[in-house]
Design a protein around this ligand. Structure first.
Ligand code: NAP
Ligand code: ZN
Ligand code: ZN
Length: 378
């Protein structure tokens, strides 16, 4: 077993290892081959050879700095699956050869009340995102899964028990899966509940599968007429084309929970009107521009709530992966080589993805960075 016993070395003294990646140098630049560096495993680290990485709309928002604050070079990707290749001396949760995943988080303060409750995504000290987060590793911010290898603290690594031939389709569970699973559980989706999922993209198609698997009466809302049949196949009991006012009106005041995964700003009132008294509209989509402010009448006259939800903590992510393995749930994917990522982003903006792009990381082997982005010592 390749156990590395040294404490985590300062990169400048010992050097990490060079890894091929795909990322962007600026908000208005396309993604291109990059050469990055990964730290050697410290005592509690797991080194992972990445096999596949899902493409989340948050990757696109970040690469193009639509949420501001993107640090460059930016290597996105937080739906990571692969194989453990090395372990730190004190890392005991995994062994070399294990199939593992990494989602949106690679660290958190571990001491605040959120962390103590296993809700690392709400860490008040600030969690470290898998990309664009603060780190001592070069270049000073974290670099994500569009890369051949990653080194992650074992506490932020997930175990995958799906069959090996499903690995690529498991990758999107690490963000799209947990981001819909967590609010479905929090608001008690299950038998006797009517649950809507708005936007049948990466998150939404997982929301439909998961709500169905939990036993809720599941309704898919789409703007794409062409997704009607697919949504039924994914597990929806009913499908509503949300631009059709008559179809919408037929469901007024009937929903316990609606999860909105739309990546663009839009009218929320039309969905609030579909909630029962005390129903909840949970926003998970994070558009570049704010939604128009909803009217108060629709809320106060029925004691309805608008809520939000962010990914999920480590324990719940593991619970979700195990739930999906048991139920045979994976994502519907379209595999792409890294070289196709810019076109994939354009298609994602046109809602033309069925239903998640996944990068085959083997495609990075044939890429060549124009120049090293991180200077390797020596
Ligand atoms: P996606 O695959 O692009 O799916 C978004 C879907 O929204 C589209 O497929 C489309 O579905 C619908 N849509 C897009 N533009 C629309 C418009 N102008 N009006 C109405 N519907 C529209 O994106 P994703 O990866 O699922 O991510 C969705 C959003 O969630 C992004 O903003 C992302 O950053 C955010 N996100 C949040 C979290 C969190 O923790 N809260 C985690 C991950 C991602 P139809 O064709 O069915 O209408
Ligand atoms: Zn994501
Ligand atoms: Zn914390």
């Amino acid at each position: 077993m390749a156990t590395l016993s040294e404490p985590r070395p300062a990169m400048a003294e010992h050097g990490g290892s060079a890894v091929k990646a795909y990322g962007a140098h600026a908000a208005d630049k396309p993604l291109e081959p990059l050469a990055i560096e990964r730290r050697r495993p410290g005592p509690r680290d797991v080194e992972i050879a990445i096999a596949f990485c899902g493409v989340c709309h948050s990757d696109l928002h970040t690469v193009r700095s639509e949420w501001d604050g993107t640090l460059y070079p930016c290597v996105p990707g937080h739906e990571i699956v692969g194989e453990v290749t090395a372990l730190g001396s004190d890392a005991g949760k995994f062994k070399v050869g294990d199939t593992v995943g990494v989602g949106c988080l690679v660290d958190s303060c571990r001491t605040c009340s959120a962390c103590e409750e296993g809700l690392e995504q709400y860490c008040t000290g600030g969690f470290t995102g898998t990309y664009n987060g603060a780190t001592q590793d070069p270049p000073g911010h974290t670099l994500g899964g569009y890369s051949q290898r990653i080194t992650v603290d074992e506490d932020f690594v997930l175990r995958i028990s799906h069959p090996p031939d499903q690995l690529a389709a498991v990758a999107p569970l690490l963000c799209a899966g947990i981001t819909t699973y967590s609010p479905l559980r929090h608001w008690n989706a299950g038998p006797g509940k009517k649950v809507g999922i708005v936007g049948i993209g990466g998150l939404g198609h997982m929301g439909v599968k998961l709500a169905h698997a939990m036993g809720a009466h599941t309704v898919a809302f789409t703007t794409s007429q062409g997704k009607r049949e697919d949504a039924l196949r994914l597990g929806a009991d009913e499908v509503i084309v949300s631009r059709n006012a008559e179809e919408m009106a037929a469901h007024a005041e009937t929903f316990d929970l609606i999860i909105d995964s739309v990546a663009a700003s839009h009218d929320l009132d039309v969905f609030i009107q579909l909630l029962k008294r005390d129903g909840t509209l949970c926003l998970v989509g994070a558009p570049e521009h704010p939604h128009p402010s909803p009217g108060v009448g629709g809320l106060i006259f029925r004691r309805r709530s608008i809520a939000g939800s962010l990914i999920g903590g480590l324990a719940e992510t593991q619970e979700m992966l195990d739930f999906c393995a048991e139920k045979g749930i994976v994502s519907d994917i379209e595999m792409i080589p890294a070289q196709a990522i810019n076109e994939a982003y354009e298609r994602m903006l046109r809602s033309d993805v069925k239903y998640r792009f996944v990068i085959d990381i083997a495609s990075l082997a044939g890429t060549q960075a124009a120049e090293p982005d991180v200077q390797l010592p020596g």
